[in-house]
Design a protein around this ligand. Structure first.
Ligand SMILES: [Zn+2]
Length: 108
């Protein structure tokens, strides 16, 4: 599975070539800090879109690294629960709700 390397500070994202999950660190060409690796499904906002980047940063700081998040179904039917992924929010207000609602699934 491919990953994207992302620098939140510089608002940059690059595709990372497949390297079978080495521990190699990728430094941002702009600021020289280590970049964050996110799953390929992460869609980086446009560089000028500060609000979306702010949302991305907020989600990551709260443990949501664009991993799959599952919808909490009201039924206790585990069979169907596996199939519902929640879409990641694109603005900060939705992100705050998202973090509250799914905090049990945040990365520690
Ligand atoms: Zn940077």
């Amino acid at each position: 599975m491919g990953h994207k390397k992302v620098c939140i500070e510089c608002k940059m994202a690059f595709s990372r070539p497949f390297d079978s999950g080495s521990e190699l660190q990728y430094l941002c060409p702009e600021c020289g800090k280590p970049m964050i690796l996110l799953p390929h499904r992460f869609r980086p906002p446009k560089k000028a879109d500060d609000k979306k980047w702010e949302t991305v940063k907020y989600l990551i700081e709260n443990g949501f690294h664009y991993q799959h998040v599952f919808k909490e179904l009201e039924t206790k039917n585990k069979l169907s629960a596996d199939h519902y992924y929640v879409a990641y929010p694109e603005n900060i207000r939705d992100a705050e709700e998202f973090v509250k609602k799914y905090k049990s699934q945040a990365r520690k």
